[in-house]
Unconditional design. Structure first.
Ligand code: SF4
Length: 367
């Protein structure tokens, strides 16, 4: 393996140093106020520009306006419980699905990847996947317009990956992803298959497809768009969100570091404990914080409020101003957030329990 240092790596855990530079470098379009207000409904991730960039998102706006079919697609590697990063993508799928009754949400359970990358046997990842789908349903996915499948059982995706491989050279893959083990290139082609699945005859033929992703997944989007053009499919649209930082702020939230992530299955007491240890933008002493104010831009607690847990813009603005002016201390924020999160988790876990049978039938009904 080389020591190639790409600014973004779909399999890595580092955070981008600067989103603006990446957007310019890779030709990602900025999320504008005009685009945000073109949707019939709003969402905090859009309004607050947590979704900061896109490729061809106007195509989805057009589909909604013309009442035409489109798909929203994403997936999860079933290696563990939903954490806040995977929850963000789930919320995006649910939101874009909700904007039209002509939309279908496609959700891929990447169990082959969990086997190849993490050595998790298919029977084990199946049980994890049931929990993941129950999370998705509890967050609000409309099961009547959803296609949830496992990579290991979806032969069409495997066929597509093979067909697409005939149009891509090794040097193209190397130019997009850098020098990698062949299994990564193979997995990239499978992901292109997942992204194109909604456009197959089995799913109603070519149509716009929106993929909500972190910017680290853009290489898959670029590859998919290139391939789509070669096969006369609609190049998939993408909306990019900022990556969720780990609670200690040092890298992106991932299952690799369980103590630095919050999952939707965490016991509320454990979640509160994690919040109290999270990184803040606070000063060294109370006196300093009162005098200088805190730095919400650096603060993971403020980021959790912005991205996930405070719906009201006015309330968030109040937190920001009170922090900046030193009227608020980090303990105030942590105690407020711990309270919100523990109520959210209790409610979510109760809902999820009631949806586990439906999740299982959605996954097993295709066998
Ligand atoms: Fe973050 Fe709140 Fe501390 Fe400000 S006061 S740095 S927002 S935890």
């Amino acid at each position: 393996m080389s020591d190639d240092k790409r600014p973004i790596d779909p399999w890595g855990s580092t955070l981008p140093a600067d989103y603006e530079t990446l957007m310019t470098e890779f030709g990602i379009e900025q999320m504008t106020n005009e685009l945000v207000s073109a949707f019939p409904l709003t969402h905090r991730l859009l309004r607050r520009k947590v979704e900061f960039g896109h490729r061809d998102l106007w195509r989805i706006v057009e589909s909604i306006k013309k009442n035409e079919a489109y798909a929203v697609m994403s997936g999860i590697k079933p290696t563990g419980d939903f954490h806040l990063g995977t929850m963000m993508t789930a919320e995006e799928i649910i939101f874009y699905q909700s904007l039209s009754d002509k939309s279908v949400a496609h959700y891929c359970i990447a169990d082959l990847e969990a086997l190849a990358d993490n050595g998790i046997p298919l029977e084990e990842s199946h049980e994890i996947a049931v929990g993941n789908v129950a999370d998705l349903l509890a967050l609000g996915l409309d099961a009547r317009r959803a296609y949830v499948y496992k990579q290991s059982e979806e032969k069409v995706v495997q066929r597509l990956a093979f067909v697409f491989s005939t149009s891509v050279t090794f040097s193209t893959l190397e130019a997009i992803y850098g020098p990698k083990h062949i299994k990564y290139y193979f997995s990239a082609l499978i992901q292109v298959g997942d992204i194109m699945l909604p456009q197959t005859e089995e799913h109603g033929g070519p149509k716009p497809v929106l993929v909500p992703v972190g910017i680290d997944q853009d290489p898959h989007i670029r590859l998919s768009r290139d391939i789509a053009k070669k096969f006369r499919l609609v190049p998939p649209s993408a909306v990019f969100h900022k990556l969720t930082r780990s609670l200690l702020g040092e890298e992106k939230m991932s299952k690799r570091n369980p103590m630095s992530m919050m999952t939707l299955s965490d016991n509320p007491k454990l979640a509160e404990k994690k919040i109290w240890s999270a990184l803040t933008g606070g000063r060294g002493t109370v006196e300093e914080q009162r005098r200088l104010g805190g730095e919400p831009e650096k603060c993971v607690v403020f980021e959790l409020m912005t991205n996930h847990f405070i719906e009201e813009d006015e309330e968030l603005r109040k937190v920001y101003l009170e922090c900046r002016t030193g009227a608020r201390l980090c303990g105030d924020c942590k105690s407020q957030l711990a309270d919100i999160v523990s109520k959210f988790l209790m409610k979510h876990q109760q809902k999820k329990e009631g949806l586990t049978d439906l999740a299982r039938s959605m996954l097993e009904g295709r066998r």
